[in-house]
Design a protein. Structure first.
Lengths: 501, 161
């Protein structure tokens, strides 16, 4: 309890508070504009954090994270285009509500639900992070290796598109993390004789290329398509307490689902909101209203997606495993400042960790007031002409990639990964697993090799130690389950076809 | 029998990924065998390359199977380009960005001027040209180019190209 209060005390100073507020505001603004994502904003902000105090950098990133997940609600409701992937489910009911003149009510429900979801998840973060870190500090090398394998398989299995493509993306990320001087033997590998690759691909140019540049290339193909922007209409954005009481069960259930999904390594806000929306529809007394402007749908989606923010911070601060793609970017922010994420973070940098936990709540509160006050002005921003934004974002991407090491090589790396990211997206290969694979590969390889060195090359402890064996079994089930379900579905279709004949 | 059609984007990805994996496997031959480490520096990258090649073949097989089952002549997302895509804007942005980075690499123009030119040349063709709009674009281009140059060199001490 005292540690949590200490975290809040750290943020009570003007400068850290300013950075949380700035991050939240930028996140909401970017989250509201379709085509600009939180991943892109964090990626572009990372080079600027070089020049900042680590605490300020990380709390600003957390503010951006909270803001972007919430900001997507505005364009989802008024434009029927989610500002961020996390707001996909909100479009199904928020836009129909706006179409019948209840835009303010939809926004009010979404903003309030976001706040409640974020608050409930924050309690889990504050309560669980330290105990989990204490347990994780006792993990063996093989346990960590099994955990990273499970995280990669998990994000591959829930990514959009086929699991095969998710696994391909994850392994591509692992492969591109391999170039450089091997830390154990000092032997260069996959450098092809280029001295610039001795330290491997720097994470910033890779991320900027994948998330910023490839997004701009994809958006350029969509230029010229007209979209209708609805005006904010309706009575009041504030929802009465009695109306919130009616939504209480849905709110709490969806927030808990989002928290749990967030805690699972590798899965993000869009999955959390999808699962919560599905559950809300299944238990609702009026499931037929979902998709036509159901308030329950908006509440379920928005409370769950904000709950995943704090939920995903649990594995990040306790184990150094990203809870989502954006958490992978937060790990990059820590690494840029020479802070090693992992279970020892609580002992080595307790002020930073508790400030991060406090920042999650502070940004949640700031998000509430900012969204309530700025929903109107922000709705005008979503009509910003894309042709003006795109070259500006490319310029910032070039500067960001160059600033890492002051060399043009990194700009070319950014271009190459931008082209790769664009191609992968056109082939419907998700980018999330790529980033998780890229971030986790050094950890996974290091732990595996360390473990094998202690056992003189014996692999059996991976399958005999209870935790690592359990995690490997879960990974195997996740790998095999989609195939089994598809085979059963095809058998049922074939049998029903034969029965009809 | 239904025609076998594979999405062009998947074919391009498969080709690129296979070539990259092939190059990686070739380079890994030069890594010496491990001395103290049971696994060595090459084992995991090598295994990853083979897995990637296997997954790429699996992806193509999955698409081929889906296309023969559906019997569609045109598979979904048939190409890198889809119906309604603005190819002009895409090639303008991609080509302009490539030219911009080439200019910075060979140091032909000062960063501020190169950036201003890039922004102006990229935005202008995508907007209906009126005198006021051109003035606006030029203002944005010059502000961004010279503004970023000043901000990053004087405040963040980045030695821009």
């Amino acid at each position: 309890m005292l540690d949590v209060l200490g975290g809040f005390a750290t943020l009570a100073s003007p400068v850290p508070f300013f950075y949380v507020a700035l991050g939240t505001f930028l996140g909401i603004t970017v989250g509201a504009i379709p085509g600009l994502s939180g991943s892109m904003l964090i990626t572009l902000a990372l080079p600027i954090t070089y020049f900042m105090n680590p605490l300020h950098a990380v709390v600003m990133m957390i503010g951006i994270y909270t803001g972007t997940v919430s900001g997507g609600l505005i364009s989802a409701t008024l434009l029927r285009i989610p500002g961020t992937p996390a707001a996909v489910m909100t479009t199904f009911d928020g836009y129909p509500m706006a179409m019948r003149g209840e835009a303010r009510r939809a926004l009010g429900l979404g903003i309030g639900a976001s706040f409640v979801g974020g608050s409930i998840a924050w309690v889990a973060l504050a309560a669980l992070a330290m105990p989990i870190a204490a347990i994780a500090a006792r993990f063996s090398s093989f346990d960590y290796f099994a955990m990273t394998v499970m995280a990669l398989v998990l994000i591959s299995s829930v990514s959009q598109g086929s699991m095969l493509k998710g696994l391909l993306s994850a392994l591509l990320g692992v492969l591109f993390a391999m170039p450089g001087v091997d830390p154990s033997s000092g032997q260069p590998r996959l450098t092809f004789g280029w001295t610039e690759l001795n330290s491997g691909f720097d994470i910033l140019p890779v991320l900027i290329g994948l998330f910023a540049l490839s997004q701009m290339l994809t958006d350029s193909l969509g230029l010229g398509r007209t979209t209708q922007v609805l005006q904010i209409s309706g009575s009041s954005i504030l929802i009465t307490f009695a109306e919130w009481r009616r939504q209480a069960g849905n709110l709490i259930r969806s927030s808990l689902i989002g928290t749990w999904i967030g805690i699972l390594p590798g899965i993000g806000a869009n999955i959390g909101s999808m699962v919560a929306y599905g559950v809300a529809r299944n238990v609702s007394r009026t499931p037929e209203r979902f998709g036509t402007g159901s308030e329950e749908g908006v509440v379920a989606s928005e409370s769950a997606n904000n709950a995943t923010v704090s939920g995903a911070l649990v594995p990040l601060v306790s184990m150094g495993i990203p809870g989502s793609v954006i958490d992978a970017l937060l790990i990059s922010a820590l690494m840029i400042h020479s802070i090693q994420p992992g279970p020892l973070l609580f002992t080595q940098n307790p002020e930073l960790v508790w400030a991060m936990i406090a920042a999650a709540m502070v940004s949640n509160v700031l998000m509430l007031f900012m969204m309530l006050g700025l929903a109107g002005p922000l709705s005008r921003l979503i009509g910003l002409p894309k042709p003006w934004l795109m070259p500006c974002i490319v310029v910032f991407s070039v500067i960001g990639a160059f600033a890492v090491n002051n060399r043009v090589f990194d700009v070319w790396v950014m271009l190459a990964f931008g082209a790769l990211g664009f191609l992968l997206e056109r082939a419907r290969v998700p980018l999330g697993p790529f980033v998780i694979g890229f971030i986790l590969a050094p950890l996974a390889e290091g732990k595996l090799r360390a473990g094998l060195m202690t056992t003189a090359g014996d692999w059996t402890p991976i399958f005999t130690r209870p935790l690592s064996a359990g995690l490997m079994v879960v990974s195997l089930v996740l790998l095999v389950w989609p195939g089994v379900m598809a085979w059963r579905r095809r058998s049922a279709e074939r049998n029903s076809g034969e029965g009809r004949r | 029998m239904a025609r076998l059609r594979l999405p062009l984007a998947e074919l391009v990805v498969a080709m690129v990924v296979t070539i990259v994996s092939g190059f990686c496997l070739w380079d890994l031959r030069r890594v010496p065998p491990p001395l103290f480490d049971p696994l060595g520096a090459a084992a995991l990258p090598r295994a990853t390359c083979w897995l990637v090649i296997a997954l790429v073949l699996g992806m193509l097989a999955q698409s081929a199977f889906a296309s023969t089952r559906s019997g569609d002549d045109a598979p979904k997302d048939a190409g890198v380009g889809r119906t309604g895509d603005n190819h002009r804007a895409f090639f303008l942005l991609a080509g302009g960005t490539l030219a911009y980075v080439l200019v910075l690499t060979f140091g032909r123009l000062d960063f501020a001027i190169a950036t201003s030119l890039y922004v102006f040349v990229t935005i202008t063709p995508l907007q209906r040209p009126t005198a006021l709009r051109l003035l606006g674009i030029a203002s944005v281009a010059i502000s961004l180019g010279f503004g970023c140059d000043y901000l990053f060199t004087q405040f963040f001490y980045v030695d821009l190209p």
